[in-house]
Design a protein around this ligand. Structure first.
Ligand code: UDP
Ligand code: MG
Length: 314
């Protein structure tokens, strides 16, 4: 097998998948053998599984695998696999059978036709709980508004990237990461393939609602600075209103109540407190601005990505 530069690397993060892994691998190999005989490598990343996944991995033919020392989470496991991949194109997919392996040839076809990023877009998953479905809907809807990067609803980690994208991806060093968000951030044009998620081969989804919410918050924070500005916006709203009311009340008091406010001490106090709260919010917002600069610097992202194929004469 020529593994120096395979056509395709398939990266599969696995966590506690002992029950379904063998079948998954069989299905995967069948497709890869049929279409790309010996031109592929399969990289499993065992994300610190607590079951016998490691033992199952040992028995798999034609598979390489990375063993992480502990459970680092799918995003980091996927990243490790993408870093290790040697192929001209790298395809990531879940190891639980939910991403249909039969579609792999379509991903490759789009890539061979020139696409740098091919993204599997999931349509409806009836088995998922209401919270998960609505949560993801709300997340994507709000994300489109507050985020700096527009995420596509339903876009999954079932995706293929060209090796040039992989090289740029490897330059991103931040810890708190969501792989698909970073690939989106890189900005290469994307081609989509719609698919229906299948039920898991075995086991249970390890992403609980709590974990998903954390992922949503993490990715919002890592890709967007807007949450830091929210208090500043509220403060900017409260402060002028409080100032206006306060000044009116003071003027009215000085002129012996021509507006007939008959304001009590409590009223004056309320306005004063409102004013001070506005002041605090604005100061917090200012701190937020500085923090956002520090945040951007520590993420240490490249300033820009050049799409060399679409550039000319350099
Ligand atoms: N996974 C992982 N590390 C984790 C959780 C999950 O590598 O901490 C893997 C898991 O084995 C599967 C993929 O990530 O191959 C998707 O996980 P899961 O099916 O639990 O999530 P969902 O289908 O709900 O997105
Ligand atoms: Mg799954």
């Amino acid at each position: 097998m020529n593994l120096s530069k395979p056509l395709l690397s398939v990266v599969v993060p696995v966590y506690n998948e002992e029950a379904g892994l063998k079948n998954f691998h069989k299905d995967l190999c069948k497709i890869l053998q049929k279409y790309y005989k010996n031109q592929t490598e399969i990289i499993y990343v065992n994300d610190g599984s607590r079951d016998n996944t490691a033992a199952v991995l040992k028995t798999l033919q034609d598979a390489t695998y990375l063993q992480l020392t502990r459970n680092f989470g799918k995003e980091i496991a996927t990243t490790a696999g993408i870093h290790a991949a040697k192929g001209q194109a790298i395809l990531t997919l879940d190891g639980d059978g939910q991403h249909p392996v039969e579609l792999i040839p379509e991903f490759v076809k789009k890539w061979q036709a020139g696409a740098k990023v091919v993204v599997g877009r999931r349509i409806a998953n009836q088995k998922e709980g209401l919270i998960k479905r609505w949560g993801s809907k709300i997340f994507y809807a709000s994300y489109g508004k507050v985020g700096g990067v527009r995420l596509t609803p339903g876009a999954t980690d079932f995706r293929l990237i060209d090796q040039t994208v992989q090289q740029e991806f490897a330059k991103l060093t931040e810890r708190n990461r969501i792989t698909r968000g970073l690939i989106d951030w890189l900005g290469y044009p994307q081609t989509f393939i719609d698919f229906k998620a299948k039920p898991r081969l075995a086991g249970t989804a390890s992403y609980s609602t709590r974990k998903l919410m954390k992922l949503a918050i993490d990715s919002t924070i890592s890709l967007s600075l807007s949450p830091l500005y929210i208090t500043a916006y509220i403060g900017a709203l409260v402060l002028p209103v409080a100032t206006l009311i306060g000044l009116t009340m003071l003027g009215n008091w000085a002129l012996h109540d021509p507006l007939h406010f008959r304001a009590t001490g409590t009223a004056y106090l309320s306005v004063l407190i409102l004013f001070l709260i506005g002041l605090v919010l604005v100061s917090q917002g200012i701190i937020g601005l500085y923090l956002s600069h520090i945040h951007a610097e520590t993420q240490n992202r490249p300033l820009y990505i050049i799409d060399s194929e679409r550039s000319k004469g350099i």
